[in-house]
Ligand binder design. Structure first.
Ligand code: GLY
Length: 280
């Protein structure tokens, strides 16, 4: 059993040391809770559980605490991939729903598994999700001060469960100040991908992650026989060609966990039941 979570990038310029410490503490707590959950649940349900806890935490840019877009509205994206069934599901530009990852989870059960905008909101309401205000004063203040903080705080989780199944989940409030209608990588296979060999969750600038097809590319390389380390290295080398800004966490079917970032500093945590590692 392996679990790894991330809380996106930590920005030295926009965030204090105190915020960094609080984020590290939150990641440490959430990864331990999620590991406990994993003891009696599947990889798929565990990645949803972990990402829901991250969405509920206002320090991270997903769910409550999401960043505002250019028109002052919050539109969130989230995706889920079950490595066993190979089903990807996700929502893009969903509004006023506290846990977009729950909607992605419900979409695993239907034919039309990726929904955007109004369709995603209506689907969420139809499955009983209440509409809530996910805006917090800090993000409004950043918006008013035009603090641009690309990719900061996107959240994700990758898991290998005790049956050997893998899953990945990712959720984001986007990069902040984006044009309404912009598509985040977090709701695509570039930002979130898993199969029987590997599970990957990305953070960073969505356009760069999509241009690098990052999550799907790393997973494909592991599937084709490259080690997880070499798959990360080759895929991140390719990002360098256009100075792509990205970070990713991953776990393979052998239980090897790995992370890489193109620029400092992604914040992430892992826990194996004994050893807690929190990094940034
Ligand atoms: N990775 C988050 C975004 O760019 O939307």
């Amino acid at each position: 059993m392996k679990i790894m979570i991330h809380g996106g990038f930590f920005s030295e310029s926009n965030q204090s040391e105190e915020t960094k410490r609080l984020k590290q503490d939150a990641l440490g707590e959430i990864v331990q809770k999620s590991h406990h959950f994993l003891l009696s649940n599947t990889a798929l349900d565990t990645v949803v559980y972990a990402v829901q806890l991250l969405e509920d935490h206002p320090l991270f840019n997903a769910g409550i605490g999401s960043q505002l877009q250019k028109d002052g509205k919050i539109r969130m994206s989230a995706a889920l991939m079950d490595g066993r069934s190979k089903k990807f599901s996700g929502v893009l530009n969903i509004e006023s729903i506290q846990n977009p990852i729950h909607v992605a989870r419900a979409l695993q059960m239907v034919d039309d598994r990726v929904l955007g905008g109004e369709g995603a909101i209506n689907f969420a309401k139809n499955i009983g999700k209440e509409t809530v205000n996910v805006e917090i004063p800090e993000r409004r203040k950043e918006y008013e001060n035009r603090v641009k903080s690309a990719g900061i705080g996107t959240v994700g989780c990758v898991v290998l469960d005790n049956k050997g199944h893998l899953a990945a989940a990712t959720s984001t409030g986007g990069k902040g100040f984006e044009l309404p209608g912009r598509i985040s990588d977090s709701g695509t296979v570039a930002g979130n991908y898993a199969n029987d060999f590997c599970a990957i969750s990305c953070t960073g600038v969505g356009e760069d992650i999509v241009s690098g097809a990052l999550a799907a590319k790393i997973v494909t390389r592991v599937t084709d026989g490259l080690s997880i380390k070499d798959s990360f290295a080759k895929s991140f080398q390719e990002l360098k060609e256009f100075d792509g800004f990205a970070g990713a966490i991953g776990v393979d079917a052998l239980g090897n966990m790995y992370y890489q970032e193109s620029h400092p500093k992604i914040v992430y945590a892992s826990f194996d039941g004994v050893n807690l590692s929190v990094f940034s």
